[in-house]
Ligand binder design. Sequence first.
Ligand code: C5P
Length: 247
Amino acid sequence: MSGSQEARKKLARDKILVALDVTSIEKALELVHLLKDYVGGFKVGLELCTNCGTPQVVEKISQAGGQVFLDLKFKDIPNTVAGASRAAARDGILMFNVHCDGGSEMMRASVAAVSRQSTHRPLVIGVTVLTSIDQRIMNEEVGVQGDVGAHAVHLAQLAKSAGLDGVVCSPREVALIKSACGRDFLTVVPGVRPTWAETGDQKRVMTPSEAVAAGADYLVIGRPITSPPQEIGSPVEAAKRIAAELN
Ligand code: C5P
C-alpha cells in the first residue's frame, strides 16, 4: 500500500468511534484491546460510567490505548458544568458533550474551563435535540414550538457561537448543520449502519460512506462492530470493513 493510501486509511479509521454499550469494565476493555488499532476511539456513556465510575473507566481505556468520547451530556448551572468539564478534561479524553439547551452561558463556561487547562484540551461537543424527542413531544410535552429539525439547527448555531467544537446529530441533519455552521464545525453522527448490518432499533440510518459524504466528521457505531453478523465474523473484521468502505 502506498504512503498516501496508508494516510487515507488512517483518516478513515480515525472517524470511527465505537459505542461501548456494556455494563462492565472487563467487557469494555476486551473490546478496546481488540479494536484500538482499527478505530479512532470509544464512546462511553452514562450506563458504563454509573456502573463502574467515570475516572476508572477513562483511565483504564486510556491505559489500554483507546481514546475516549465521554458521552455524559452535561446540563446544569454554568458553574457546575464548568467544574464537570474541568474534571472531564483529562488525558485520554478525545471529546465530551454538553446539552446545547443548557444555554450559551453554560456552554461558554464549559469551553472556558477546558481552555484554561494548561495540558489537554478535549473537543467540546453539543447535544442538540435528542433523537428520541419527536415533533409532538417537543411541541406538546417540552413546550418548544416550531419544527424539530429547524430547532436542532438553531441549537447547533447557538453552540457554535458559544465556542463549541461541534454537535452530535443524526446523519440526516449533517448537511443542514454544515451549511448553517460551516465546514469546520464538527458533526458526530450515530445512526450509522453498513449495508451488511441489521438496523435494529435505529430507524433513519445512513451507511458510513453516505454519512461521511454528507459531511460527518465522526461516526458513532455500536452493534455493527461489537456484535457483527455471522458472515462478517469478528469485531475487528467489521471495523476493517467499515474503514475500507470509507476509503
Ligand atoms: O449500536 P448502535 O450503532 O445503534 O449504537 C449507537 C450509539 O449511539 C448508542 O450508544 C446510542 O445510545 C448512541 N446514540 C444514538 N442516537 C443518538 C444519540 C446517541 O444512537 N441520537
